[in-house]
Design a protein. Structure first.
Length: 402
């Protein structure tokens, strides 16, 4: 399997002006991600929905992202990364406008379909593009931009709820997405003839046939890296979704204080990814992943010690900071480990397994918490962390041999 560590584009150097555009696209990806959750207490009564029904919307969005992630190779091969990115953000903008016009819960579910399809396509396409064409620090900063967007969405929604309705919040987010679509459209000449090496034309020139997913699963290291990614996303999704509940029930604090403590996890991820970008100048992807795992372990240990419950905010910051470098480092290492020619396909597979992790692990913990106890929270995180460490080291070993 060919290896390539180049940070240049296939056929030339990527224009410097393209990088801010890519960052802007990832801010667009993050903007609406937490908006539904922040508005749901107000939305549910207006739509005649139960508080738990938001899970159905999330599942539809996740299903759409899984499908579009797996289809990203064919779409990017045909239209190019720039066009796919612009069209995907346009899909999410249309979905947000649809949310703003929804008066029934089923309408919200309907608009969740284009939202999920758009989010998955842009996620897979841009992650693969940056992994091939840019240095490791840009991958960390790319995901930091997602954190900026995810943090800004609730702020916008909160401001709109204070002066109007949740419909206004989604309308403002939709307009913001449309502005970003305009910028992406104007930037299309920068993306011209800069497709990933996996493009059909490149395959034809080398006389190679595109590998099927079954063939890719047979490549040494692919299965363990997918397991590693699934476990990581299980840790991130479960920690973020259940942090407030655990803090409230385990530490006996008020719901409002618990919510503020839970936000520290996301602050840790966002700030951590900004810092990680500088650390990657000195450290390799494998070292960044190990550093993140150590920080997560430290946070979990703090949670497991009964006498340290007052340090739960510190634990959440540690876990968030530990999560920060792992996702971008796994993605950035993909071309180096497996070759640029399969980078987009494998990135799409990793995105799909990531969303499956988010979709499965957090609800599974909810069942355990209800049947047994929410005190299992740090133990649950620890199990997935250990599995992640084993899978990561397994991946390192077999890809070095290859």
């Amino acid at each position: 399997m060919p290896r390539c560590c180049s940070n240049k584009s296939f056929g030339g150097i990527v224009p410097a002006g393209l990088l801010p555009i890519i960052y802007l696209a990832f801010i667009a990806l993050g903007l609406p991600d937490s908006a539904i959750g922040s508005a749901w207490p107000t939305m549910a009564p207006a739509l005649g929905a139960g508080l738990s029904w938001v899970g159905a919307v999330s599942m539809i969005i996740s299903a759409g992202t899984i499908v579009s992630s797996l289809m990203s190779v064919r779409v990017v091969d045909r239209f190019g990364t720039g066009r796919v990115t612009a069209a995907s953000v346009l899909l999410t903008a249309a979905a947000l406008m649809g949310f703003s016009l929804s008066g029934e819960f089923w309408q919200l579910c309907l608009w969740a379909i284009p939202y999920g399809l758009g989010a998955g396509a842009v996620d897979a396409a841009l992650n693969a593009y940056v992994a091939v064409h840019y240095k490791s620090q840009h991958m960390s900063w790319l995901h930091c931009m997602w954190g900026v967007g995810a943090s800004g969405g609730p702020v916008i929604m909160s401001m709109c709820l204070g002066t109007g309705t949740w419909n206004d919040g989604f309308r403002v987010l939709g307009i913001a997405q449309l502005v970003i679509v305009a910028v992406l459209t104007l930037s299309l000449p920068l993306w011209k003839d800069r497709k990933l090496p996996h493009a059909a034309g490149a395959d034809a020139e080398r006389g190679e046939a595109r590998r099927t997913r079954r063939e890719l699963l047979g490549v040494r290291g692919v299965v363990p890296v997918l397991i590693c990614f699934f476990c990581y996303c299980s840790v991130e999704g479960t920690c973020g979704n259940w942090a407030a509940t655990y803090c409230s029930l385990a530490a006996g604090i008020s719901a409002s204080t618990a919510a503020s403590w839970a936000s520290l996890f996301y602050i840790g991820i966002t700030v951590g990814r900004g810092v990680s970008g500088f650390l990657t100048i000195r450290l390799k992807d494998e070292q960044m992943i190990r550093l993140g795992q150590v920080l997560i372990a430290a946070g979990v240990v703090v949670m497991l010690v009964p006498g340290l419950r007052h340090l739960l905010p510190v634990a959440l910051v540690l876990i968030g900071s530990g999560c920060a470098p792992i996702y971008p480092s796994i993605i950035h290492a993909t071309p180096k480990r497996f070759g640029e020619d399969v980078a987009l396909e494998l990135t799409g597979m990793q995105m799909a397994i990531a969303y499956i992790g988010y979709l499965v692990a957090s609800p599974a913990f909810g069942v355990l918490a209800q049947l047994i106890s929410v005190e299992l929270y740090p133990v649950y995180l620890c199990v997935f962390l250990l599995a992640m460490i084993i899978a990561a080291e397994w991946t390192n070993r077999v890809t070095r041999r290859a």
